[in-house]
Design a protein around this ligand. Structure first.
Ligand SMILES: Nc1ncnc2c1ncn2[C@@H]1O[C@H](COP(=O)(O)OP(=O)(O)OP(=O)(O)O)[C@@H](O)[C@H]1O
Ligand SMILES: [Mg+2]
Length: 547
């Protein structure tokens, strides 16, 4: 660079014109004030950012461009700086809020400079309008939260263990948390009425005025019948908002309601109120979760119906199995009753002696009590099996419930000339389970085993029931017979519904048994024995796990 060039540049830098040209072209506001904070010079960008003309600003205190709450901070700050040179804020790229002529606040990024001329001190502020940047940042933050809401809602609807209500409550809560709703609610259509199922935020009750809304009435009922969303950012004057007084008191600004639709059918409505206007992306976010929730509702209902049907079937299977066993069960009850009669007679005879043998009488009475107890137990177990009771899990002693079932089947074994044996492992851990359901499984397996041995005439029919631990975290129950074995043709379909090789069979026993075991988190499978027959076995996890 030549010396001349350098000189020209130096003078250019000093020239007022140069600075004016820069200030004119700048997109940032450039404001110069004196030490009394009176505005001396502003550039055109200042007019644009603050909405005042330069005439309106020049000669006025700088505080006119600040929101009320910043004014005294500025005054105190500048006074202290003039006194001792202490800056109360950073002078470079600090974020502050300015005040537009309309009264709206403008987010600004401000830097300051100081200069002295003729011993007077002046300050220049350069302020950049960062509204757009802020808006984008806010939007990005909102979009991130919407993604979280999406994930929470998706997780809630795919969780099969939760009740429908619990699932909807999570969805409503996610809307409140991530869309900044004052409150959110979900109604489901039941016949002609929308029933409030979930409520999160300001209100959490599910009863009261809005608990049941007839189709077509109020804004919620209209959303359901029209199958169109209703959106407003002017709740306090909206014709569809019936309680405007409430909206004013609670400072509600916006409302968004979406129908929950599945293949063109309304299954419910989701709605939210907010104390701020709704941005387009918030509305989009709500619109995008509505179909997910609707599908979730539908899936849950199908699941529940299926479960109910399975329960009905399982009950039917129990009733039928017990029905098949009536002869044996009657015999099983008859035994203690016969024994009671016998011991009763014996007691009378011991009493008739002179002197009566009270020792023997007491023995007989004790036997009578024992047999009475046994008959009562058998009847209680049969009744429990026949009852249609809701599933209930308790910690079970596996050996105990196995022996109870085997006990019940004693006469059945004798009647069919089956030699049965139980081998119980000691110290088995307890397993969480439904006693009746698990007994039903065992009953099915034993009845199948006995049936598989009916054609065996050339060898002793043997049934072996074993309990033991299985791979550390499970308990196994195995039922082995030496019957005709599994027919290779049907081996792959044993567990299918209605698959049977028996003339009177329904083919549901193994299907139901497997679904019961799997609902307990265990497995049921079969295996051919080395010589004769088959082994059917199931495992149960010691620690309840979800599946
Ligand atoms: N221990 C066994 N040995 C050989 N085959 C068996 C055994 N247990 C079951 N099977 C075969 O599996 C089929 C299905 O059994 P499942 O208990 O589901 O139905 P089912 O006994 O035929 O009828 P039901 O519904 O009355 O129980 C049986 O028909 C039989 O062919
Ligand atoms: Mg069967």
């Amino acid at each position: 660079m030549s010396l001349d060039d350098q000189r020209t540049r130096a003078s250019l830098r000093e020239s007022e014109e140069y600075y004016r040209a820069v200030a004119e072209a700048a997109t940032d506001a450039i404001i110069t004030i004196d030490s009394d904070s009176i505005i001396l010079i502003v550039n055109p960008a200042t007019e644009r950012i603050f909405g005042y003309s330069s005439e309106e600003m020049i000669g006025q205190p700088l505080t006119m461009l600040m929101p009320e709450y910043l004014r005294h901070l500025h005054k105190a700050g500048i006074a202290r700086y003039l006194e001792n040179g202490q800056k109360h804020i950073h002078w470079s790229a600090i974020q502050l809020r300015g005040l537009h002529k309309t009264g709206n606040e403008v987010p600004l990024e401000v830097s300051f400079a100081e200069f002295t001329r003729d011993r007077q001190r002046f300050f220049t502020g350069i302020a950049r309008d960062i509204s757009e940047r802020k808006r984008l940042q806010d939007k990005q933050a909102r979009l991130a939260r919407h993604a979280v809401m999406h994930a929470e809602v998706s997780a809630a609807v795919s969780e099969s263990e939760k009740s429908l209500r619990a699932m909807l409550q999570i969805c409503a809560a996610a809307v409140v948390t991530h869309l900044d709703a004052a409150f959110a609610r979900i109604w489901l259509l039941d016949e002609e009425v929308l029933q409030l199922e979930a409520s999160a935020g300001l209100y959490t009750h599910l009863d009261g005025q809005h608990a049941r809304i007839p189709l077509g009435s109020f804004k919620i009922g209209l959303i359901a019948t029209e199958q169109k969303p209703h959106l407003t950012n002017t709740v306090q004057t909206d014709e569809r908002v019936s309680d405007k007084e409430w909206a004013r008191q609670e400072q509600m600004i916006s409302f968004a309601g979406y129908p929950l639709l599945v293949e063109g059918r309304t299954v419910g409505v989701i709605a939210m109120f907010a104390r701020q206007p709704l941005e387009a992306d918030v509305i989009e976010a709500l619109a995008s979760v509505a179909p997910i929730i609707a599908q979730g509702v539908e899936r849950k209902r199908t699941q529940d119906t299926l479960r109910e049907t399975q329960r009905e079937l399982a009950h039917l299977n129990r009733v039928m199995t017990v029905g098949e066993l009536t002869t044996s069960i009657a015999h099983e009850i008859n035994q203690p009753l016969a024994a009671i009669l016998m011991n009763g007679n014996a007691a009378l005879r011991w009493l008739a002696l002179d002197p009566p043998n009270l020792e023997k009488v007491r023995d007989s009475a004790e036997l009578i009590l024992r047999d009475g107890e046994r008959a009562t137990q058998i009847i209680a177990r049969i009744r429990a099996l026949l009852k249609k009771s809701p599933p209930s899990k308790t910690l079970l002693d596996v050996n105990e419930f196995v022996n109870e079932v085997v006990d019940l089947l004693q006469s059945e074994m004798v009647r069919n000339s089956v030699d049965s044996r139980v081998e119980c492992a000691n110290d088995l851990p307890r397993v969480p389970g439904d006693r009746i359901q698990l007994q039903q499984v065992l009953l099915n397996l034993i009845v199948n085993a006995v049936e598989a041995m009916m054609t065996v005439e050339d060898r002793q029919r043997r049934l072996l029931i074993v309990t033991d631990t299985f791979s550390e975290t499970g308990v196994r129950v195995a039922v082995s017979d030496n019957g005709l074995g599994i027919d290779p043709q049907t081996a792959n379909h044993l567990f299918d519904a209605f698959s049977t090789t028996k003339p009177g069979g329904m083919g549901m026993g193994l299907t139901i048994s497997r679904s019961i075991i799997e609902a307990h988190g265990g497995h049921l499978w079969t295996q051919a024995n080395d010589e004769f027959g088959a082994t059917f076995q199931f495992t149960l996890p010691v620690v309840a796990n979800k599946s």
